[in-house]
Design a protein around this ligand. Structure first.
Ligand SMILES: CC(C)(COP(=O)(O)OP(=O)(O)OC[C@H]1O[C@@H](n2cnc3c(N)ncnc32)[C@H](O)[C@@H]1OP(=O)(O)O)[C@@H](O)C(=O)NCCC(=O)NCCS
Length: 189
């Protein structure tokens, strides 16, 4: 089985996907982590202070030493600091059986919504995880009340599997989750 290859820098026409650094704390806090609208359908509450963002980043930066850690800062070319993030939020591996599957999560500052930037980032991550990092299946899920995230999953070519009732908890409470998946040979629009 291909070894894990970790978080490597990826480039798309408008974006650089790179590792987070400690210096990203303020833009991350200002642009998305403190925003209740961005986090409405996420599992974590908005950060109350930049210190929380800094502590989280310290943990993430330390984890980059692990080759099975995949977590990118999304950076817009020509703009300092990240505008969002995309990561493998859950890795399911069984090397003896040749299994490597990942659940993808993402979020971005609202100032950059609606320009197709997350689909652009996600396509690059999909290509990397399937073609370089040896993943055999990717999964993503969104709260039923957050269809804009489902649009991202559709745009990158994921297949809607169905709805798991009361399967998630976000900042609105217990929610039904819409599940999508993708295999390496699926079309990549
Ligand atoms: C979901 C999210 C990543 C989409 O990223 P994006 O780069 O804006 O994606 P797109 O430009 O392809 O837009 C996707 C959909 O968002 C909706 N949308 C676009 N601009 C919007 C805006 N300004 N306000 C609200 N919704 C908007 C539209 O429904 C759009 O679908 P369409 O292109 O068919 O009209 C982004 O809205 C976000 O970070 N949301 C908060 C965090 C989140 O929900 N993460 C996913 C958890 S599962």
């Amino acid at each position: 089985m291909t070894p894990n290859t970790g978080t490597r820098t990826l480039e798309t026409p408008r974006l650089i996907l790179r590792r987070f650094t400690a210096e990203d704390a303020q833009p991350m806090f200002d642009r998305w982590a403190s925003d209740p609208l961005v986090t409405e359908h996420l599992t974590w509450p908005p950060h109350g202070s930049v210190d929380i963002t800094s502590m989280l980043l310290a943990d993430w930066v330390a984890r980059y030493e692990q080759p099975d850690y995949y977590n990118w800062a999304i950076s817009l070319k020509g703009l300092d600091g990240p505008i969002g993030g995309i990561s493998v939020v859950q890795l399911i591996e069984s090397p003896a059986r040749g299994v490597r599957c990942g659940e993808i999560g993402y979020c971005m500052g609202r100032a950059w919504w609606g320009q197709g930037l997350m689909p652009e980032a996600f396509r690059a991550v999909i290509a990397y995880l399937f073609d370089t990092a040896g993943f055999m299946r990717l999964r993503a899920s969104h709260a039923a009340a957050n269809p804009k995230s489902g649009r991202v999953m559709q745009k990158v070519g994921m297949t809607r599997c169905g709805v798991e009732r009361r399967a998630g908890a976000d900042n609105t409470g217990i929610v039904d989750m819409v599940i999508y998946d993708m295999l390496p040979d699926d079309p990549r629009p």
